[in-house]
Design a protein around this ligand. Structure first.
Ligand code: BYC
Length: 310
């Protein structure tokens, strides 16, 4: 055990990856299970608000792109569940933890998607925030998680561009279309900033996670990076970020921004957001309805194994 601990420390120190068969502290393993599972659940629950618009996309081209994006999110969920499984939990256990509310998913997916412009705002802002967070996770000390992030980040970059392109089309369109884009920005801006989690001073896990090199940048620093990157993009669209305190700070070389409504954040995290109940009920229902597919796949696998053995 002592050797294991020394080796674990040495690997962290040398910026090398911890792999599933390496010794690791129990807290490190549990933190990764919690974070990777929460991340996987977010990808899967995150399919719902966008799936809501596949049948109503304005053109065939938009429909094809949106379907591909939603399928990508399913793929991300699968890589991440596989990464979590390397830590000794099963897919069924993770599903049960989600379905019984003992594991979380990102607060952002508990808001409704009311107009087509929300597909633009989600791609631009939500995927934009996700990339900001995930680029740092490519450097996570746990190998399977870090490697899953490489492909996910590439796909998220494409998602972010497609969202921005929807916003650009709306902003170059009629007054009514531009107003839809502004309304979507108004509703998604603050929830996107909340995606990065509580302020560093309130973040229960950050200090330990940064020490273990699971997280490499703090919640507040990532949030600032996101604001600095996104405000010029809003300017280019000709949209107004819904924050009267937003201003460039010459001394800090960053944007200052107004206070986040943490009561709203915690209320959504604790299950009282506008769509929490609907999202999880839908997830549980499709899991139950899909039982026959899992049984058929397992029976097929069993038959193939028996054939191989014969
Ligand atoms: N929502 O100590 P803290 C996507 C919880 S999806 C809900 O700072 P940590 C996409 C936190 O769990 C992208 N809960 O935590 C998909 C903790 O509670 P517990 C999803 C949140 O873990 C489809 C407590 O607050 N990305 O890309 O050090 C379409 C204290 O927080 C949230 C990920 O999941 C939240 N926003 O840091 C489009 C990235 N924030 O567990 C796009 C991976 C905090 O103690 N995750 N909490 O009960 C992370 O990087 C980190 O887990 C976080 C939080 C930065 C989110």
């Amino acid at each position: 055990m002592e050797n294991g601990e020394a080796r674990f420390r040495a690997l962290l120190e040398a910026e090398e990856k911890i792999e599933p068969t390496d010794w690791m502290p129990e807290g490190y393993r549990q933190t990764l299970i919690r974070q990777i599972a929460q991340h996987a659940h977010s990808e899967i629950i995150g399919m719902q608000p966008e799936g809501n618009w596949i049948s109503r996309a304005p053109t065939l081209r938009r429909k094809a792109i949106l379907m591909a994006k939603v399928q990508d999110e399913a793929g991300h969920g699968l890589y991440l569940y596989s990464a979590a499984e390397t830590l000794g939990v099963t897919r069924d256990q993770l599903m049960d933890l989600l379905h019984t509310g003992r594991q979380k998913y990102s607060s952002i997916f508990n808001y409704p998607t009311l107009s087509w412009a929300d597909m633009g705002a989600i791609g631009w802002l939500v995927d934009g925030a996700a990339i900001t967070n995930q680029v740092m996770l490519k450097r996570c000390s746990y190998g399977p998680y870090a490697r899953a992030m490489v492909k996910i980040c590439l796909e998220e970059s494409f998602h972010q561009r497609q969202g921005y392109e929807i916003m650009l089309a709306l902003c170059r369109g009629s007054e009514e279309q531009k107003a839809m884009a502004q309304d979507a920005l108004n509703r998604w801006w603050w929830p996107s900033l909340m995606m990065f989690g509580p302020h560093d001073s309130e973040s229960t896990h950050s200090e330990q996670s940064i020490e273990w090199k699971i997280k490499r940048v703090s919640n507040d620093d990532l949030r600032q990076q996101f604001v600095d990157m996104t405000v010029p993009q809003a300017d280019y669209l000709g949209l107004v970020v819904p924050d009267p305190s937003l201003a460039w700070n010459e001394d800090r070389q960053h944007y200052d921004f107004g206070p986040i409504d943490w009561d709203e954040f915690w209320s959504v995290v604790k299950g009282h957001g506008p769509m929490n109940q609907e999202r999880i009920e839908h997830k549980r229902r499709v899991w139950d309805e899909g039982a026959w597919v899992r049984e058929a796949a397992a029976a097929f696998g069993e038959r193939e194994r028996n054939r191989g053995a014969a």
